[in-house]
Design a binder for this molecule. Structure first.
Ligand SMILES: [Zn+2]
Length: 332
């Protein structure tokens, strides 16, 4: 078996993927036919240029356009199911998916109905592909801490399968301490904690994040690599990094994959996972992430397999309840 084939067959874990960022172009066309908002795209060819990554501003436009097309809670079932089918096609066994609830609530959609449809998609995918999935709510820094506290209340009453919270969205200019009370309350509520940090802002944001918010994982964390003291701190505290290599390449957080700090994190003793973030919008999927790390940074199948094992350990799952005994390295 070729090394590429072996890598595709490796079992994988996804800790950082946005549901809305995973909508297939075909499904976007279908959504476009359903509601009142109409994009001027009728065929996949029409859509190709719009969907391909052209720059960060353009990516935000695509992302918000997909958000606008989700005009009913029920669409969450199909987009969650398809996101998990795509992951299954790359042999991903467990997914922790990101749900930015308020992006839809401020347009009038209901939190508990959306969660119910997401869970329907998850249940169908589990039945069809054996894949497991839990939900993390991104309180999105753009909306402020009051909205985040309101979301925690929603999770209290309608939090089926929601295991963690996250701060994503705008990074530069929103100091992590703004969310200290929110994280404290979430911890008391029994939620696990993670935060997008060190993607667009410097290592000082990651420092403040770990001191003030005490997350268990950091999403992206690219700028943390500039500070060896910070890396030792992450290692000592057992805080892992959800790396998103292709996303970082597309958005310019790294100039090339060869510059990606994933190896520096590992050499400092920080546990990492490999993630797709917004796969079709960044022209990636989990196999592509693995293959690019092999081609550009020389990762072997065994190293990638071991990252998968570490990712199980740093995932927010009850390891007793999920059997990962099928994680065996294919032989060449
Ligand atoms: Zn993300």
């Amino acid at each position: 078996m070729s090394i590429e084939e072996t890598i595709k067959q490796l079992p994988k874990i996804e800790q950082h993927v946005h549901i809305v960022g995973s909508v297939r172009p075909e499904t976007l066309l279908w959504l476009n036919k359903q509601g009142e908002i109409k994009l001027p795209y009728k065929t996949l060819d029409d859509l190709k240029d719009f969907y391909a990554y052209q720059g960060f501003e353009h990516f935000l436009n695509v992302y918000s356009m997909v958000n606008e097309l989700i005009t009913h809670e029920k669409y969450y079932e199909i987009i969650t199911y398809e996101m998990l089918q795509n992951q299954h096609n790359c042999n991903v066994k467990h997914v922790e998916c990101i749900f930015s609830a308020y992006d839809h609530m401020h347009r009038g959609l209901d939190f508990s109905d959306m969660v119910e449809y997401i869970n329907k998609g998850i249940s169908r995918a589990k039945r069809d592909f054996g894949i497991t999935c839990n939900i993390r709510v991104d309180v999105v820094r753009n909306y402020g801490p009051e909205i985040a506290l309101m979301l925690l209340d929603e999770i209290k009453t309608n939090g089926n399968n929601i295991v963690s919270i996250d701060t994503g969205g705008i990074e530069e200019g929103v100091l992590p301490r703004t969310y200290a009370k929110v994280y404290e309350a979430a911890r008391e509520q029994g939620l696990r904690l993670t935060a997008h940090q060190g993607e667009a802002a410097g290592a000082n944001y990651v420092w403040e994040c770990i001191e003030q918010l005490k997350p268990e994982r950091i999403g992206h964390g690219v700028s943390a690599a500039q500070d060896p003291n910070l890396l030792s701190k992450l290692t000592r505290r057992g805080i892992s990094i959800e790396t998103c290599p292709m996303s970082n390449l597309r958005t310019g957080a790294v100039k090339s994959l060869k510059d990606h700090p994933i190896r520096r994190f590992m050499e400092a003793g920080v546990k990492v996972s490999i993630n797709t973030d917004d796969p079709p919008m960044f022209g990636t999927d989990m196999n592509t992430e693995y293959l690019m790390l092999h081609r550009e940074l020389g990762f072997t199948a065994e190293e990638l397999y071991n990252i998968g094992l570490d990712s199980i350990e740093t995932s927010f799952i009850d390891e007793q309840a999920v059997s990962y005994t099928h994680l065996t390295l294919p032989t060449n």
